[in-house]
Design a protein around this ligand. Structure first.
Ligand code: IMP
Ligand code: MG
Length: 184
């Protein structure tokens, strides 16, 4: 649990997210039109709200699967070491795969996931992330679609947590510590 008090300031409204998700879905729909092999792979747990909203905007035959990789734990720093905690249930060989991520930060997670899934020989592999913090990137990777570019701030809501809390916020908020963290 976070030991220092913090407040959450609204950064992206639920309405703005919904509008953006609709736009993204329209582009994805166009890209994958005609395929009956689409598998949308959500990275647990941060993408669960985004993937739920996204797939409901798609008028395509779509399968949904999930992959869980190790995350920050309760810390705000990337471990830079990515481990699989829960693998996909289905095969993706010959399939059109869309990986759905909440945030691309240092890039280590998405890089690792893309490299791993490519070894399983999907027909195509694309990526989408709700948020992108390009100023934090340590490895070269970009998602094919991005919802919003944001500055280097720690954010929560719409599925994204701080120490497992705040995933249920309908909007995206930035975390502001109300005391100097060194004191807390
Ligand atoms: P990366 O490997 O550094 O790109 O980090 C990716 C993962 O770190 C994301 O999937 C998030 O789960 C987590 N993460 C990165 N930035 C934030 C944030 O601002 N709030 C909460 N989680 C974050
Ligand atoms: Mg994540």
């Amino acid at each position: 649990m976070p030991t220092c008090p913090y407040v959450i300031e609204r950064m992206i409204s639920a309405k703005a997210i919904a509008a953006r998700v609709e736009d993204l879905a329209r582009e994805i729909q166009t890209t994958f039109a005609g395929t009956d092999k689409l598998v949308v792979v959500g990275l647990l747990r941060g993408s669960f709200v985004f993937i739920a909203d996204l797939v409901r905007e798609l008028d395509l035959p779509v399968e949904v699967d999930f992959l869980e990789v190790s995350s920050y734990g309760d810390s705000m720093e990337s471990s830079r070491e990515v481990r699989i905690l829960k693998d996909l249930r289905g095969e993706i060989a010959g399939r059109d795969v869309l990986v759905v991520e909440d945030i691309v930060d240092t890039g280590h997670t998405l890089r690792h996931v893309v490299d791993l899934l490519k070894t399983r020989k999907p027909r195509t592999l694309k990526t989408i992330a709700l948020l992108d913090k390009p100023s934090r990137r340590e490895v070269e990777i970009g998602a094919d679609w991005i919802g919003f570019e944001i500055p280097d701030e720690f954010v929560v809501g719409y599925g994204i947590d701080f120490a497992q809390r705040n995933r249920n916020l309908p909007h995206i908020g930035r975390v502001r510590f109300t005391k100097d963290r060194a004191e807390g």
